[in-house]
Design a protein. Structure first.
Length: 309
């Protein structure tokens, strides 16, 4: 009786092994065709011909041609990740700061780089900016304390400061120039909890919110967990726009916008907006936008943690 009870499990296991082997062979065949003949040759009919199967039979293993291609690409990325992890482990533990400095000096050996192991603090912010002609914000979106300290020091020292944020598939730009509206006057971070700072930073950077209409999965926006979607496209746009603005600041050539004016370009929607929020966070439109956003993002605003408007 025991043998009879075990038989269905054994049969199922054999079927699973056969199925797994067939799926692996299909993917190997698809990769070989991709390498040898190009992407246009990777069709279900061609793969079936190579394997001695019929094209309809492949649908037992993959729902569609796109599903097969996604599986092949996923395998390639998994192999790449494994290779990178192996290379990393072979090198042993490395200091990320040292690695970044070496990478920068590989590009420009004459770079003068000073390292602040304790980070930017109120005590060392002015030393951090000593000799600086312009500051480009490269901090993580959620580094609100360090950003507030750094931009505050820029305002005191008269250092032009630029921030460019990757939003969706676009870039939002703000400049804070000497003698103009300061970072604090525009965003109003002082005395606010982190969740409110996140909301003010997002809506201040992007009053037009051009990226909002194509956000498919809104669960990916969770400011409490420090999550917000952006893309490599947006990061590349940020690098280009911030570089162009900094070049104009240093050369004192070309038009410049300063807060409360800003720029927002979205490559996905082919849209460009020049934004304007006089009085910054005190602007009635910003006040209303924050009120609406708080209701929409109520899942991350705990009861009893209301911020001032």
């Amino acid at each position: 009786m025991a043998a009879e009870d075990d038989r269905p499990v054994s049969i199922a296991s054999r079927r699973e092994r056969v199925r797994a082997a067939t799926v692996a062979e299909i993917k190997v065949t698809a990769r070989r065709l991709l390498v040898e003949r190009g992407v246009d040759s990777v069709t279900l009919r061609a793969i079936a011909r190579e394997m001695g199967m019929t094209a309809p039979a492949l649908y037992r293993y993959f729902d569609s041609h796109d599903a097969l291609l996604r599986a092949v690409v996923a395998d390639v990325y998994d192999e790449l990740a494994d290779s990178l992890e192996t290379a990393r482990d072979a090198l042993g533990p490395a200091d990320p700061g040292v690695v970044l400095i070496e990478m920068a000096r590989d590009i420009n050996p004459e770079l003068d780089i000073r390292r602040f192991d304790e980070g930017v603090t109120r005590e060392n912010a002015e030393e951090f900016l000593r000799g600086t002609d312009a500051y480009v914000d490269g901090l993580d979106f959620f580094a609100f304390k360090a950003r507030s300290i750094t931009f505050g020091a820029c305002a005191r020292l008269g250092v032009p400061a630029t921030t460019a944020a990757p939003l969706g598939m676009g870039v939002a730009l703000l400049n804070f120039l000497p003698g103009k509206m300061t970072f604090e006057e525009y965003f109003g971070f002082d005395g606010q909890p982190e969740r409110e700072q996140a909301l003010r930073f997002l809506l201040g950077l992007s009053p037009a919110m051009l990226q909002r209409s194509y956000l498919v999965d809104r669960s990916q926006v969770n400011l409490a967990e420090h999550r917000g979607p952006s893309t490599v496209v947006a990061c590349q746009l940020c690098a280009g726009v911030a570089s162009a603005e900094t070049l104009k600041i240093l050369l004192r050539r070309g038009p410049l916008v300063a807060a409360p004016w800003g720029l927002h370009f979205d490559a996905y929607r082919y849209l460009y907006k020049r934004t304007w929020r006089p009085w910054g966070y005190r602007n009635p439109v910003q006040w209303l936008a924050r009120s609406i956003a708080r209701r929409q993002l109520a899942t991350w605003v705990p009861e009893g943690s209301r911020a001032s408007p």
